[in-house]
Design a protein around this ligand. Structure first.
Ligand code: GLU
Length: 303
């Protein structure tokens, strides 16, 4: 029988805020409601963005909220050998290649070829180094080959999503010019190795999913199910984050986070301890209750 394995995979760039608590809670309830395991992985692959102390603060907040994980917490910064092995497999299979382009060269080449930008503003890679580095150029990054066979998946909440990667993103980076592995590769390697069956996270990552499925297929890895939750925004429509001044969350945010996910606890549970709120959430977890919007504003997240 298939055992559900869910996970929460925060980047330690600051303390847990209401938006990240929503993702933690959604993935926890979804896994536990299926009788599954729930893992926590600290995504500190981008060591330049890691804030000292943030991982401990995030884990302490999860504990205070009663969000108890199974097994040991993994840290991506300790797993670079695995990412390297995956990259080497892709290179050996001629699916990954060195790229010598700087950002401005990509923009210039894309402009010259009439290639625009992805919806997130990133330039679509025009394929300059696809067939080998030009003489005298040295490698800055490693990219994966994409194609225009549409990548299709059915999100458990958002429905059918289709993306043509070559047109929409271009060959994307696996190993960055600063020497760090890219999130897209690390997340795919880790989810497969940890046996994750159900990825529940915010819709801010939905546009990354086709890239991740592409890598899963190239590496012959199992494809998990996906559920992308609405992302909490402030009243200006900005995603809650450290940059937009989101306050750190604590256990008082649990009931508002349940309400944000369409699972407002009954009045009889007002002020109840975290464990009781979570038990109620597990017993009542129902995807049909989740709001389908990609974003949703919260006025007073701490409630
Ligand atoms: N580390 C990513 C973030 O904090 C989440 C990755 C994921 O859930 O796939 O935005």
């Amino acid at each position: 029988m298939r055992t559900t394995v869910g996970r929460f995979a925060p980047s330690p760039t600051g303390p847990l805020h209401f938006g990240s608590l929503v993702a933690a809670l959604g993935s926890f309830l979804d896994a536990r409601a299926q009788g599954g395991r729930w893992l926590v992985r600290i995504e500190d692959v981008d060591e330049a963005r890691t804030q000292p102390g943030a991982a401990d603060a995030i884990l302490a907040t999860l504990e205070a909220c009663g969000l108890a994980w199974d097994g040991r917490v993994e840290f991506q910064s300790r797993r670079t050998a695995r990412y390297n092995a995956a990259l080497e497999r892709l290179v050996a299979a001629h699916q990954a290649y060195p790229c010598g382009c700087s950002r401005s060269e990509i923009a210039a080449a894309a402009d010259a070829a009439g290639i625009g930008s992805a919806p997130d503003g990133a330039r679509i890679y025009p394929g300059t180094c696809r067939h080998g580095l030009a003489p005298g150029r040295s490698a800055r990054a490693m990219r994966v080959h994409t194609n225009n066979v549409p990548v299709e998946f059915t999100d458990r909440l958002q429905g059918r999503i289709v993306q043509s990667l070559e047109r929409g993103v271009g060959d994307f980076v696996l190993l960055r010019a600063d020497g760090f592995f890219a999130y897209q590769l690390a997340v795919v390697v880790d989810d497969a190795e940890q046996g994750v069956t159900d990825i529940v996270r915010g819709t801010d990552l939905i546009d990354s999913t086709a890239r991740q499925i592409h890598l899963q297929r190239l590496l012959g890895l199992p494809e998990p199910r996906y559920l992308h939750l609405p992302v909490a925004t402030n009243s200006r429509g900005e995603k809650l984050s450290k940059q937009t001044g989101a306050a750190p969350a604590d256990a008082r945010a649990l009931a508002p986070a349940l309400a944000f996910l369409g699972h407002a606890p009954p009045a009889s549970l007002a002020g109840a301890p975290a464990a009781e709120l979570l038990a109620w959430g597990i017993a009542h977890w129902d995807i049909a209750r989740l709001p389908r919007a990609r974003t949703s504003a919260v006025s007073s997240p701490a409630g």
